[in-house]
Design a protein around this ligand. Structure first.
Ligand code: C5P
Length: 221
């Protein structure tokens, strides 16, 4: 039988983009496909974990053997994440929109009125990873963040660990346009709290997910 190193563990994964509505027909989003996060959720389920996947809007199928909670906005994602706790391991692979339109979208489309573009004021979204990583009570034993950077990948990842309070960052270089975000392959570096770095060769997102899940199961054991 396949090894089930996460048997008896509860795992939470966030995946996909968030959509932040401007009005009923427009939104702010990003190029995340959800492929890496979904692959991690599937790999964790195969490893025997009880997995909740909180996913933003994606066009890929739900992974097998996983409880999927679909959300649209960052604030909905935070609420769904909080509802899924407690867990042993939380992996934040979603590309959460940093900002949302400050004014809540109404039911009416914003019209062109000939006086130039409508002003779009933005408000900062909650940082879901930092919120969970800094929980006083009920913090998951292992909190893993992702970093999509286009430059100084390791430097930014180290700063991110300190800023967010997570245990590990999985950093990828998204500078090669389209190669990672929306693509099927990933090349990642793992950076821990002590600053230790492990760089993995480029591989399919499924292979990266399986290796990551095995690595995290080892840390939990
Ligand atoms: O700060 P930055 O967006 O680069 O951090 C990326 C990491 O933080 C990812 O793990 C992402 O899922 C998480 N994040 C989050 N909530 C936000 C922004 C980022 O959980 N509002």
């Amino acid at each position: 039988a396949a090894p089930r190193p996460l048997a008896g563990r509860r795992v939470l994964v966030t995946s996909g983009p968030t959509h932040e509505p401007i009005d009923p027909v427009r939104y702010i989003a990003n190029r995340s496909s959800g492929r890496q996060g979904h692959a991690i959720a599937a790999a964790a389920a195969r490893a025997g974990a009880a997995v909740t996947l909180v996913s933003g809007p994606v066009s890929i199928p739900d992974p097998e053997g996983v409880t999927v909670v679909r959300v649209e906005t960052a604030r909905e994602m935070l609420a769904a994440v909080e509802a899924a706790l407690p867990v042993d391991l939380a992996i934040f692979a979603a590309a959460v929109a940093d900002w949302r339109p400050e004014v809540e979208a109404g039911t009416k489309k914003i019209k062109k009125d000939g006086s130039g573009p409508a002003p779009l004021a933005l408000a900062e979204n909650p940082d879901i990873l930092a919120t969970v990583a800094r929980m006083a009570a009920g913090r998951p034993r292992l909190v893993v963040g992702f970093a999509a950077e286009t430059d100084s990948v390791l430097e930014h990842a180290r700063a991110k660990i300190a800023r967010k309070g997570c245990d590990l960052i999985v950093a990828n270089d998204v500078s090669a346009a389209g190669a990672v975000m929306g693509g099927t392959e990933n090349a990642v570096h793992l950076i821990d709290r002590d600053g230790a770095v492990e760089s993995w060769p480029r591989a399919g997102k499924d292979a990266v997910a399986a290796r990551l899940v095995a690595h995290l199961a080892g840390l939990l054991a």
